[in-house]
Ligand binder design. Structure first.
Ligand code: IVH
Length: 664
């Protein structure tokens, strides 16, 4: 418990230091638990003394609970996009046009990197970050303030003398290293990969849960002031001004003031050469008239300014030969053709494979074995084949066709009407089985830690697991057969398997891999059907009555549960000790509320007293009628009574509804 403002300020400083060491220097000096404990102290103090809050306190970044969606708000100044070109000649035309319109012989241009992320507008009032909007349609964007606050390099309070109201423009992006680690984790979890850092950054900003956004480690760079009388006169000075205010800006070596096309091209050449070594993606450079007064003079045409242009660089490409086209079989039997390439070095890594997506893509681009192709990598983990170099096609080459039989189990493949995909219809196919087990164990299904793709592949290869229920028959002896598995890793895996036995029903349903059933539908199902047995007997008509489940999904679910093999698998899972937790009413063990004494006062917006008390008791807490030394938390609603005063007097942690929800 912090006792004075002095203690509070000292902890704010300390926590800013911890954040810096964790986020910028990757050298934390305290454990996560210790950090969380201190953070709770900050939060509690700020709650009790809102008038003393330091806007830069790390507690002010602590992610709020998920939202239902984003609210659209107007930009003070529209967010324009840039005219862009790949041609030097058109950059030359831009320079000439500017000279002509300004009626000047000498014009300075500021050259910058064109960061490949997603645009953001930050509004500061009295130096405090009050709003962050995406570009949206240029006039209004989504309010993503809570998500933006999780980016640690963004100051919540600006330093120095800044305009009263200031709207700053910039780009939110992901470093290549972070992008790769996000995708690696997604691959492990069986989730769809992000195509490139730009998509990953844009997708992350739109996550509904800021706590998830915080994990994505987004970056930002600011480059413009849209609103607010700054004291600077040139675009070049804008960067220095933003930097002095505490905002992240481009490195000075990636900025230049030049006076003609030759200067612009010199900068372009330098950046082009550096491009492959940059820790983030760029898709070109931006040339802006340096003098800000001239921006007003030049104005805009339609949606783009006349004072700037983006000179884009072609994506990184390489030539290589397709040595073979192989076919992969996914969890639901979809066949995906893959180009096995003559290994080629491109943008920092050796590339030996590229996805060919589906047979239509192959037919459209007329891709054949032994073709020389151009492959492209735009930060994408999986490079793509852009086009075939027809001049190099060997004589006698023939168009490629999807095999008529599954390459793994030899079943005749099917092509469902209205689908691009070709599927192996055999649910017992070895490849599908492996993918299903991987999916079952993945994070968004049963969340069996330490049981990623490689482990599952080994388990199946060694004959230790051939269906999902076999997971629950694994023991120390069996796991000792796995390569690299020692006492500790065996113990870790077994204990995650053990934990998963008591999974929520929704995760269990996810894990079964029912067609069209994602997290949301699985949760709906778990909520509506009281238990698994009931679900097993529901007909499609009953399922469509659940708000949010459509006809197609209902039919797929009913069919899944009617299938004898599926019923058998579920029976085995239950027999081997999996007990999906059917109702939220069950007591939740290990919760932070366990053994804690609560007192309730005032009216809560979204709980009745009884509901709040029930939620506390379910989690092992107690509810008492009066505040004493033994009280751990006082939950305070609107118009609280004397219990609130008593809590403050006894310095007992006070929770508002929002905090209570979060803790739940
Ligand atoms: S200036 C009116 N400068 O490129 C001028 N934009 O189409 C507004 N971008 O997504 C933009 N780096 O966020 C500017 N140094 C830079 C930039 C940059 C990336 C993005 C911008 C928007 C797109 C413009």
């Amino acid at each position: 418990m912090l006792k004075s403002h002095k203690e509070y300020s000292a902890l704010v400083e300390e926590m800013i230091g911890h954040d810096r060491r964790y986020y910028d220097e990757a050298m934390p000096t305290i454990s996560d638990q210790e950090y969380d404990r201190k953070m709770k102290q900050l939060i509690a103090y700020e709650k009790a003394h809102p008038e003393e809050i330091d806007p830069n306190s790390p507690a002010q970044r602590v992610a709020e609970s998920p939202t239902e969606g984003f609210v659209q708000k107007n930009h003070l100044v529209p967010m324009y996009s840039l005219p862009n070109t790949y041609s030097e000649e058109e950059v030359g035309d831009f320079v000439k046009r500017v000279h002509k319109l300004l009626e000047k012989k000498e014009v300075a241009f500021c050259c910058e990197l064109k960061m490949d992320g997603t645009a953001i507008s930050l509004r500061y009032e009295e130096g405090k970050l009050v709003q962050a909007l995406t570009r949206g349609n240029g006039k209004e964007g989504d309010d993503v303030t809570a998500n933006i606050k999780t980016i640690h390099s963004i100051p919540l309070k600006l330093s120095g003398k800044v305009p009263k109201v200031m709207e700053v423009r910039g780009e939110v992006y992901l470093s290549l290293a972070t992008f790769r680690s996000i995708n690696a984790a997604r691959e492990e979890e069986g989730l769809e990969l992000f195509a490139n850092p730009r998509n990953a950054a844009a997708g992350s900003l739109k996550l509904l849960d800021p706590r998830e956004v915080a994990k994505r480690k987004l970056n930002i760079v600011t480059y413009g002031i849209a609103e607010g009388e700054a004291t600077v006169k040139t675009q070049y000075e804008v960067h220095a001004f933003l930097k002095a205010a505490g905002l992240p800006t481009a490195s000075p070596k990636h900025l230049a003031v030049v006076h003609d096309l030759v200067g612009i091209m010199r900068f372009a050449e330098k950046i082009h050469q550096e491009r492959e070594d940059l820790p983030f993606e760029i898709d070109g450079m931006v040339v802006k008239v340096d003098e800000l007064k001239a921006h007003e003079q030049l104005g805009h045409t339609g949606k783009v300014p006349r004072f700037a242009i983006a000179y884009k660089f072609a994506p990184l490409q390489a030539h290589t030969v397709i040595e073979e086209i192989t076919v992969q079989v996914g969890r639901t039997g979809v066949l995906t053709p893959v180009a096995e390439l003559k290994p080629v070095f491109l943008a920092g890594s050796t590339i030996a494979r590229a996805t060919l997506h589906n047979r239509e893509e192959i037919a459209r681009k007329d891709i054949r074995i032994k073709d020389t192709v151009i492959i492209e990598k735009g930060g994408d983990v999986i490079p793509k084949v852009v086009e075939v170099d027809l001049k190099k096609r060997p004589d006698g080459s023939k168009p490629w066709h999807m095999p008529k039989h599954c390459p793994v189990c030899n079943a005749a493949v099917v092509h469902l009407e209205g689908e691009v995909a070709v599927r192996c219809p055999n649910a017992k196919c070895g490849a599908q089985r492996v993918r299903r087990i991987i999916y079952f164990a993945s994070k968004h299904a049963m969340d069996i830690e330490h049981m990623g793709e490689k482990v599952v592949e080994q388990l199946v290869e060694k004959g230790l697991v051939s269906r999902i229920s076999d997971i629950y028959l694994l023991d120390e002896k069996k796991l000792a057969h796995l390569e690299g598995f020692k006492e500790k890793s065996i113990h870790n895996l077994l204990s995650s398997i053990e934990t998963s036995r008591k999974c929520p029903l929704s995760r269990f349903l996810m894990g079964l891999g029912i067609k069209y059933v994602g997290t949301e539908t699985a949760e709906l199902l778990a909520e509506h059907a009281k238990n698994l047995d009931e679900l097993l007997h529901m007909r499609a008509e009953d399922l469509t009555k659940i708000d949010g489940i459509g006809e197609k999904t209902a039919v797929a679910i009913a069919e899944f549960f009617k299938d004898e093999d599926n019923r058998e698998e579920i029976k085995l899972l239950l027999k081997h000790g999996v007990h999906p937790q059917e109702s939220a009413k069950k007591k939740i063990s290990g919760h932070t509320f366990e053994g804690k004494v609560f007192v309730l006062t005032g009216t809560l917006a979204s709980f009745s007293r009884d509901e709040a008390a029930e939620a506390i008791k379910e989690r092992g807490g107690k509810v008492s009628g009066s505040v004493s030394k033994n009280t751990d938390y006082v939950l305070v609603g609107d118009e609280p009574g004397s219990k609130y005063e008593k809590a403050k007097e006894l310095k007992i942690a006070v929770l508002d509804e929002e905090q209570f929800r979060k803790m739940l």
